[in-house]
Design a protein around this ligand. Structure first.
Ligand code: SF4
Ligand code: SF4
Length: 138
């Protein structure tokens, strides 16, 4: 699930020679930046009800059921939310929330983070873990 305050970005520009040993450090940094954007702007407004059900902006607006939220059906989804660090998911927002002012603001910052990842040749695998991204990195 999405959720989390803006903090300083990394170096601008690509690095064709990035050593794979640096990959986890850069990946983690970008993930934390994206998490911070979501924490600061909170576009999804995720809430957990007393019965344990989870809702977000989209589900409350369109009546989407709990299991059909953007993480629905994902093998990485646990009772407390996402159990992995999936950068591609962290820089993604659904169409509904992107129509809101908060969503647009968040998306601008998230797109900049996604662009930095791609400059660093980090694959953005939707529902992919850091380890899976490293495996397919060229
Ligand atoms: S991206 Fe959309 S569906 Fe996913 S948690 Fe945010 S508001 Fe809900
Ligand atoms: S990896 Fe799965 S549970 Fe985690 S944010 Fe992506 S869709 Fe949601």
């Amino acid at each position: 699930m999405h959720g989390e305050g803006l903090h300083a970005s990394g170096e601008e520009g690509g690095d064709e020679e990035m050593n794979k040993e640096l990959f986890p450090i850069i990946y983690d940094d970008l993930y934390q930046q994206a998490a911070a954007v979501l924490r600061e702007i909170n576009p999804c407004k995720i809430r957990r009800a007393s019965d344990g059900s989870v809702s977000c902006f989209e589900s409350r607006k369109y009546g989407v059921q709990d299991g059909d939220l953007c993480c629905g059906g994902c093998k990485h989804l646990g009772v407390k939310g996402c159990r992995v660090e999936a950068l591609a998911c962290k820089v993604w927002l659904c169409h509904a929330v992107k129509q809101t002012k908060a969503g647009q603001r968040a998306m601008e910052a998230l797109e900049a983070i996604a662009a930095k990842a791609l400059q660093q040749r980090i694959p953005l695998l939707y529902r992919g873990t850091k380890e899976e991204c490293l495996k397919v990195m060229r």
